[in-house]
Design a protein. Structure first.
Length: 273
């Protein structure tokens, strides 16, 4: 089983892959992809029960990337796990590529749900979790949301359903990077005390450091032991790892120029030593 230290390094390597993909494509969402690197690495590296060589295995755990614009991060993880040839990463956003700007379940193995229209992921997760209960299946469902997308009312309707059906086989993770397309979450639509809101909707809520793999692993393991609905708030930084991107809404989906690419890769690789 991978150690937390090994996964921590893999998350940083994931950032390098993400920036390389987006730079080659000339477009893509860097900020939100960088903020969830450790979350995805932890889920696919240790928490989720999957079989990359058998992507339609009935008892596989399901993952829904509700914040579908962070597709580069998901693609990089799926390639590393063996769902498809890593060489395909060089085709991000190109015509006829299976690596579209947002994940498409009909184009790529390992993608459980086509996402991109924000606010829909938890609803889909509710359906998957209910299906597991009805079919007597053991799989769990994990949904990763952005904090900005929680401004969409559909999320809260879905969470009422999570509580009503007592879905202990569903874990909602929130990439709490505090920044969205047009500014900070506080500027656009303040969320207030997010933990208190989630708990008011009947979800046991766990906070963790979204850039510390061991903290994420501990939170997920605690969540899976709870006999009831659970949400995890992972505190993160948008554009994590690149000084000129961190916390900047401009880097939600800005193309990466040549000089910016060189600087970004230098900073990311320095951490690896």
């Amino acid at each position: 089983m991978p150690t937390a230290e090994k996964l921590q390094r893999e998350a940083q390597e994931l950032r390098i892959t993400i920036i390389d993909m987006i730079h080659k494509a000339g477009s893509g969402h860097s900020g939100g992809s960088l903020s969830c690197a450790e979350i995805l690495t932890a889920l696919y590296g240790e928490i989720m029960n999957i079989r990359p060589g058998e992507p339609q295995w009935p008892d596989r755990d399901r993952f829904v990337l509700s914040k579908g614009h962070a597709a580069p991060a998901l693609y990089a993880v799926l390639a590393k796990k063996g769902y498809f040839d890593p060489a395909e990463l060089n085709t991000l956003r190109q015509m006829e590529s299976c690596l579209q700007g947002h994940p498409c379940m009909f184009k790529l193995p390992g993608v459980e749900m086509s996402t991109g229209s924000l606010g829909m992921g938890i609803s889909v997760g509710v359906g998957m979790a209910l299906a597991a209960k009805l079919l007597g299946r053991s799989y769990r469902t994990f949904v990763l949301c952005g904090d900005g997308e929680l401004q969409e009312g559909q999320n809260w309707e879905a969470m009422m359903s999570v509580a009503k059906w007592k879905l202990d086989n569903l874990v909602i993770l929130i990439d709490r990077n505090h920044v969205q397309l047009d500014g900070t979450v506080e500027e656009v639509m303040p969320m207030g005390d997010l933990k208190a809101k989630l708990e008011a909707f009947g979800l046991h809520t766990i906070a963790c450091d979204g850039h510390h793999v061991q903290s994420i692993l501990d939170a997920c393991k605690e969540a899976l032991q709870k006999r009831g609905p659970v949400a995890i708030i992972a505190e993160t930084v948008k554009g994590k790892g690149i000084s000129f991107m961190e916390g900047q809404s401009a880097w939600h989906g800005k193309p990466i120029g040549k000089d910016e690419y060189v600087q970004a890769m230098k900073e990311l690789k320095e951490v690896l030593g």
